[in-house]
Design a protein around this ligand. Structure first.
Ligand SMILES: Cc1ncc(COP(=O)(O)O)c(C=O)c1O
Length: 376
């Protein structure tokens, strides 16, 4: 629904908290009949538990930063200037970082940079594979190894290593994984890094790493230990709650990043609003920690509800959970959609017997459980 400015202000429902419409505050004549619709086609009042978004929202400092950027919207932002801040945050050199429009940009361009002359990719089956789709479009064979269901759908590193051959160019895992939440322990990462030929790019998608307990060793540690064929991707979309602002980055040896930058992640690819927001987010790491605590609480809630209802669940540190619903999965997703509660059928990630619920605010989670119980 798009309202005129006058209608918009009259509608008390629309002016209530978190309305999807934002009135134009300018002074030109056009403003009279203008309102911005950022509902993304979702019905008004929809509860969005389908995109692994962080409903707590960005840090107030990130919002301040974004606003400052918008005021300067006529200028290009040089995203590379954020690298020293991120480098300091991770204790790594700035030229080992490449900014992207979300970590997806890095995930999608990495295959472009290494599969030009063919080759295959080894990865998992029940996983988010932004880059795998690109590899397939490029005509590469993607060998998807099933995850280990008895171990919470963890990546099966030994089985994946068995698939590596002379044509393998990429070995890709997601940890913690989406949609299963499984963490690939550092020991397994190291086993893979040691076993892989040095010309195979080991891509580790760590979009959810900020939810891990402090001190957990990850792919970033492999890079710091000198593995020069590892690319780790991180994002501001999740714990920093900036999904719509679009900022992520790759961490790798500068030669790898230089190759990727030939195809994207250009010097002015970062919006100036993001440029400000990232500075705010990094100045307020406590905000991301609050998100982590919120997610821990949500996880206990959703696991507890599942246990009480006799539903099998799969989860880890990321902000979502799988409920096993067998052949009722698709039906439950659409019945909830009719009630304006949006979740996913995990068929998207090759788990047709599961639904994936992203954690929302407390009252949203409760609404989901209430409706879910009625459907059981
Ligand atoms: C594992 C994983 N990687 C990357 C992304 C995309 O992140 P970004 O917003 O940084 O592009 C997602 C989004 O849900 C994800 O689940």
């Amino acid at each position: 629904m798009i309202l005129s400015r006058r209608q918009f202000f009259k509608s008390s429902a629309a002016t209530a908290a978190a309305a999807p419409l934002v009135a134009f505050a300018g002074t030109c004549d056009a403003a009279e009949n203008f309102a911005i619709d950022i509902s993304m086609g979702n019905p008004e009042g929809a509860i969005r538990l389908n995109f692994n978004e962080n409903a707590l929202g960005p840090s107030p400092l990130a919002i301040e930063g974004a606003k400052a950027g918008v005021e300067q919207g006529y200028r290009y932002a040089l995203g590379g200037m954020l690298r020293p801040l991120i480098a300091e945050h991770h204790g790594i050199e700035a030229d080992w970082i490449l900014m992207g429009t979300g970590s997806t940009e890095l995930q999608r361009l990495a295959p472009v940079s290494v599969l030009k002359e063919g080759g295959n990719v080894v990865s998992g089956y029940e996983t988010w594979g932004g880059g795998l789709v690109v590899a397939e479009h490029m005509g590469a064979e993607v060998k998807r190894v099933p995850l280990i269901s008895e171990r919470g759908y963890a990546f099966d590193i030994p089985a994946m290593l068995n698939e590596v051959d002379a044509d393998t160019k990429i070995f890709l895992i997601v940890t913690p994984n989406n949609p299963t939440g499984a963490l690939t322990p550092y020991e397994d990462l190291k086993m893979a890094a040691d076993a892989l030929p040095k010309d195979v790019l080991f891509i580790i998608d760590e979009a959810y790493a900020d939810y891990l307990p402090d001190g957990t060793k990850t792919g970033l540690d492999l890079i710091k230990e000198g593995y020069e064929n590892v690319l780790v991707t991180r994002t501001f979309s999740k714990a920093h709650a900036m999904a719509g602002l679009r900022s992520g980055y790759g961490i790798a040896h500068p030669d790898i990043l230089r190759e990727i930058a030939k195809y994207g992640c250009g010097p002015a690819a970062t919006s100036i609003a993001v440029f400000g927001a990232v500075q705010g987010a990094l100045a307020d790491l406590e905000h991301a920690r609050k998100s982590r605590t919120h997610v821990e609480n949500c996880r206990s809630y959703f696991e507890g509800q599942a246990a009480a209802l006799g539903v099998t669940s799969v989860s880890g540190v990321p902000p979502f959970i799988l409920y096993e619903m067998g052949d009722r999965s698709a039906e439950i997703v659409s019945a909830l959609r009719e009630r304006k509660i949006l979740i996913n059928h995990a068929q998207t990630w090759n788990l047709p017997n599961h639904i994936r619920i992203s954690y929302g605010l407390e009252h949203e989670n409760e609404k989901f459980i209430e409706a879910f119980k009625e459907l059981l």
